[in-house]
Design a binder for this molecule. Structure first.
Ligand code: URA
Ligand code: SF4
Length: 216
């Protein structure tokens, strides 16, 4: 009898990674990634974008509706808010590289043809997509990683990550075999959903100021 392996055991982007080349080669290869089932319903892979020599890498969760349509990270409402907060914290957007823990949009629809509703990726999907993030880190070699919310935190630091416990602090951890400095904060979408949006926004800016100081 032939043992059949459940396909979900094998979720990984690993076989799709190019053997060499910089960000352009990675981006081209990621466009054809079939490492987990999320590519099936999404429009396209949303790879990281920004300065290949950035000192700061910002890591979000996964593309949203707008990002899925436009093929670029953080171009929707959360991205607009993030841009504003970065400017206020004194982080130059030209000195950043922005990406996500998971490169395809995961969503549900309440009814056919209805609005697409964001669905959090599973740990298995985050793990599957991890090789892309590791490759981006290896190429960009940022001085600092800004971790945007719980999903990015779990993807980079493990499932015990709690954003409320470590936000606004500089962590030093080994990530994919390299020593990294990280500043976690909340996800910009959580600011948009907060009851007290102004307070939540100020909290985000204050954490980003910690990041700005850490690279001075
Ligand atoms: N939220 C994210 O985490 N990433 C994006 O690119 C957009 C919204
Ligand atoms: Fe590949 Fe990541 Fe997309 Fe899954 S989410 S298909 S691992 S790029």
């Amino acid at each position: 009898m032939v043992a059949t392996k459940a396909p979900e055991d094998a979720y990984t982007a690993e076989p799709f990674l190019p053997s060499h080349g910089g960000l352009p080669a990675l981006r081209r290869a990621a466009a054809d990634c079939r490492g987990c089932p999320l590519h099936r319903d999404a429009t396209q892979t949303v790879f990281g974008a920004g300065n290949a020599h950035a000192r700061v890498m910002l890591v979000g969760e996964q593309p949203g509706d707008q990002e899925d349509r436009q093929g670029k990270p953080f171009v929707g409402p959360a991205g607009k808010l993030l841009d504003r907060a970065l400017a206020e914290a004194g982080i130059d957007p030209d000195d950043t590289y922005v990406t996500n823990a998971v490169k395809h949009f995961k969503f549900t629809r309440s009814e056919p043809r209805k609005r697409r509703i964001h669905k959090a990726p599973t740990l298995r999907e985050m793990t599957a997509c991890g090789p892309w993030l590791a490759a981006e880190l290896a190429v960009v070699e940022p001085e600092l990683i800004v971790v945007l919310g719980a999903t990015a935190g779990k993807a980079l630091l493990g499932s015990s990550f709690r954003v409320t416990q470590v936000r606004g602090t500089v962590l030093e951890e080994e990530i994919h075999g390299r020593p990294e400095r990280l500043v976690p904060t909340v996800h910009p979408s959580s600011v948009l959903r907060a009851d007290d949006r102004e307070a939540a926004y100020r909290g985000l800016v204050s954490d980003l100021k910690v990041a700005a100081r850490a690279i001075q």
